[in-house]
Write a protein that binds this ligand. Structure first.
Ligand code: SF4
Length: 423
């Protein structure tokens, strides 16, 4: 009876949402369902929404709203429409989207497949599988280690939508890491809301990473973002002594101005940030360095923005994520006055984005003539492979076999193309 039940999932937002969607898909597959694209006929469509910005929340709601209309336009029976994710929490768990049949709250996410199947009149198995077949389309697997955050940065809705930090049990993470590596994933991407909050008994993220790296099956581990003023120093130490950990550190700076950081509710000063990055650069020569920047936060003066630009320019960043601030209702920052005009926010974002492009190119040039290890994510008909180095540089590798997709290959670049791509 279950065979032939078709489920489509559409995911918005962060890597954590993607990791959770992979898990949901695996649960559906284990229950005998087929995962189909959102454009295909399905008995259920799951919209895994995001609420990090108002625009993201609106897009998630619109996607849910479109499902039944699209089925009707195609003359098909309407599927069960399911909405889950931060947008449900941000909307107060109230059905604000017409045509949504099932809202799934955050505490029910883990059993979403069972809830959906129950609504469809079937009973899911009690034991969701550890294997995650949907990830077979990728060469990297997401390894979720925790959820939630209680840092309450003034602009961020996440602690309000995802709640306090909850860590997955130590052994469960290790078992999943092993099974993903055995399934052939050459890289595990450690994912969570605020992974520095990982705890199981007296053990934290650093111990967990060391244990994952000690698994003989695991070949490469990439870390998601690490909040400054948490365990970044210990991570640097671990990276310095562990070849399996990609040498890429993503430390969100947000602002280079002390007063702005304070208003944002961040837990470090620019001086502390600079100090820790300088230590990382000394201990990990050639490390890829990423950051997030939030510009145009209320009260950010020209001088405060100049301070951010100065900090960014003083460090060899390889990857900048620059966001113009947007008010998020429900956060303390939304009530702040001294609003920076939207045009100024955008202009500041453009300026830093341009700086980031120059920095990325400069960082990539350092690697010309030096060997890197590339995880090949695709190989085209001409035998050119595309993938990522451990330092998180895009690479184009000529003369590889199609079968090399998903493998780690040595590569010595001879040049840098547009966008900092090693060739
Ligand atoms: S650390 Fe701050 S920005 Fe990051 S999820 Fe937590 S509250 Fe949001």
């Amino acid at each position: 009876m279950l065979a032939g039940m078709r489920v489509a999932l559409q995911t918005f937002g962060c890597r954590l949402n993607q990791a959770e969607s992979d898990r949901m898909a695996a649960d559906f597959v284990a229950a005998g369902c087929e995962i189909v694209p959102t454009s295909a006929v399905a008995e259920a469509v799951v919209i895994h929404g995001c609420a990090v910005t108002q625009v993201a929340a609106q897009e998630s709601r619109q996607a849910a709203r479109r499902v039944k209309r699209a089925a009707q336009a195609a003359g098909l029976p309407p599927p069960l429409v399911v909405l889950v994710g931060c947008v449900v929490e941000a909307d107060g768990r109230v059905p604000v989207v017409p045509d949504v049949d099932l809202l799934v709250a955050r505490e029910d996410k883990e059993r979403l497949a069972a809830l959906v199947l129950a609504r469809l009149g079937v009973v899911a198995g009690d034991n969701p599988p550890a294997a995650r077949p949907r990830q077979a389309r990728r060469t990297r697997a997401l390894l979720k280690v925790q959820d939630g955050c209680d840092f309450f940065c003034a602009y961020c809705i996440v602690p309000h939508t995802r709640g306090a930090p909850v860590s997955r049990p130590w052994q469960q993470v290790l078992d999943e890491a092993r099974s993903l590596a055995q399934a052939g994933f050459a890289e595990l991407v450690v994912t969570g809301c605020n992974i520095a909050c990982y705890r199981d008994g007296g053990r934290g993220l650093v111990e967990l990473l060391a244990a994952v790296a000690a698994l003989p099956e695991v070949t490469r581990i990439r870390l998601g973002s690490i909040e400054p003023a948490t365990v970044e120093r210990e991570i640097v130490d671990l990276m310095a002594g562990c070849d399996k950990l990609c040498r890429f550190l993503h430390l969100p700076l947000q602002s280079g101005d002390a007063a702005t950081l304070q208003r944002m509710g961040r837990r470090y000063t620019p001086a502390a940030y600079l100090e820790v990055v300088q230590t990382a650069l000394r201990r990990l020569p050639g490390v890829g360095l990423g950051t997030d920047l939030l510009v145009g936060f209320p009260g950010e003066t020209e001088a405060a923005f100049a301070a951010t630009r100065q900090v960014v320019a003083s460090l060899p960043f390889s990857k900048l994520h620059v966001f113009p601030y947007s008010e998020r209702p429900g956060t303390p920052a939304a009530a702040l006055t001294e609003v920076v005009p939207s045009a100024v926010r955008k202009a500041r974002a453009r300026e830093l984005t341009r700086l980031g492009e120059v920095q990325r190119q400069a960082f990539a040039r350092q690697w010309v003539g030096r060997p890197v290890t590339v995880l090949l994510e695709g190989v085209d008909a001409a035998g050119v492979g595309q993938g990522w180095s451990g330092e998180y540089l895009a690479c184009r590798v000529a003369g590889v076999a199609a079968a090399a997709r998903g493998q780690l290959v040595p590569f010595t670049p001879v040049g840098v193309a547009t966008g900092g791509v090693l060739v």
